[in-house]
Design a protein around this ligand. Structure first.
Ligand code: NAD
Ligand code: TYD
Length: 337
């Protein structure tokens, strides 16, 4: 089987490529990625000489480049996106161009290539926010109510994917997943930012009162869930994928990281809140459990500890990301192509 992964040089996409080549060693994987600031080929050093892996630099907004990469592809797993809420507040244009228009370009190419499956990776943020302490959780029937430009652009992409199924019969599946964490996450997101700042002796910025709640999904569980959706998921269906069954707020999370690193809580610095900050996310992943046999393999505390260890053992990786040196790697590895 030939699988096209868009955005495979990013955090989840690169973990997915490692996962896929480990579990489906005879498949061929094409990684189509623009290499924005979030794309880092150093994440894929271990597979770059694997004859089953190919990297193609390109923009999902470019119909010609996407059509070329789609040649002979059986399955598309679409990760490519602008993914950081704070950046979308500073400027929404790249979010609409990549997440909405880019997704439409990939959908058109997939339709033309008659792929067997188009899997769209989306977020629980499309559902908006839940009240604190309510015990409610998002599920596949929750109405869309995005509240920031990132989540609005992802909601737009989800609607397009559903429309291509209903109108053109494209065989799609969609996952709306919780906040991911694990190896190779760009240190602008809360968990790697907190770990690396603490290791550098810097403060950890906590927005507002810190009583914001996210559902946390370990990235390898997410990759396994995508594998399950591709093999057992029903065409046209959406699956909500979460990692927790109990609320953990940002302040508690940061304190857990501080304890794991043996640092002092005086590193916590409360800073100005994010505008439109969603209060609480929680996912009811019972459909995925029932229909796909999905469930997280380990507890949050176990995964958080192994994530902290990964950043301790891979200081060179994140220091090169924080200094910007990782962007040299493409030129050294691939020249001016
Ligand atoms: P990321 O920002 O780490 O990586 C995004 C990748 O897409 C990068 O490699 C980037 O170079 C590439 N890209 C961006 N614009 C592109 C374009 N125009 N053409 C081709 N490639 C482009 O993101 P991530 O955290 O790995 O998220 C991957 C997907 O999962 C996104 O669709 C995101 O919305 C979704 N998601 C993420 C989370 C999370 O917690 N990180 C949670 C739920 C859903
Ligand atoms: P983030 O990792 O940006 O993911 P998202 O906004 O997609 O949920 O943020 C996770 C939570 O952490 C969110 O409630 C915002 C908060 N946060 C901070 O308190 N401080 C920070 O420096 C960052 C980046 C996020």
């Amino acid at each position: 089987m030939k699988i096209l992964v868009t955005g495979g040089a990013g955090f989840i996409g690169s973990n997915f490529i490692h996962y896929w080549l480990q579990h489906h060693a005879s498949d061929r994987v094409v990684n189509f990625d623009k290499l924005t600031y979030a794309g880092n080929l150093e994440n894929l050093k271990a597979v770059e000489k694997n004859p089953h892996y190919q990297f193609v630099r390109g923009d999902i907004g470019d119909p010609e480049g996407v059509a070329k990469a789609m040649s002979g592809v059986d399955v598309v797993v679409h990760f490519a996106a602008e993914s950081h809420v704070d950046r979308s507040i500073l400027g929404a244009t790249p979010f609409v161009l990549t997440n909405v228009v880019g997704t439409q370009v990939v959908l058109d190419a997939a339709l033309k290539a008659k792929v067997q499956r188009f899997h769209h990776v989306s977020t629980d943020e499309v559902f908006g926010q839940l009240p604190l302490g309510s015990g409610e959780a998002f599920n596949e029937e929750t109405p869309y109510n995005p509240r920031n430009p990132y989540s609005a652009s992802k909601a737009g992409s989800d609607h397009l994917v559903r429309a291509y199924h209903a109108t053109h019969g494209l065989p799609v599946t969609i996952s709306n997943t919780a906040n991911n964490y694990g190896p190779y996450q760009f240190p602008e997101k809360l968990i790697p930012l907190a770990i690396t700042n603490l290791m550098e002796g810097k403060p950890v910025p906590v927005y507002g009162d810190g009583k914001y709640v996210r559902d946390w999904l370990y990235v390898t569980d997410h990759c396994r869930a995508i594998d399950l959706m591709l093999s057992k998921g029903k065409v046209g269906e959406t699956y909500c994928i979460g990692g927790l069954t109990q609320d953990v707020n940002n302040l508690t999370l940061v304190k857990k990281i501080i304890a794991l690193l043996g640092k002092d809580e005086s590193a916590i610095t409360f800073v100005k809140d994010r505008p439109g900050h969603d209060r609480r996310y929680a996912i009811d992943w019972s459909k995925a459990k029932r229909e796909l046999g999905y469930q997280p393999k380990h507890s949050f505390d176990e995964y958080l500890e192994s994530t902290v260890h990964w950043y301790q053992e891979n200081q060179d990786w994140w220091q090169r990301v924080k200094s910007g040196a990782y962007q040299q790697y493409y030129r050294e590895q691939y020249g001016n192509r």
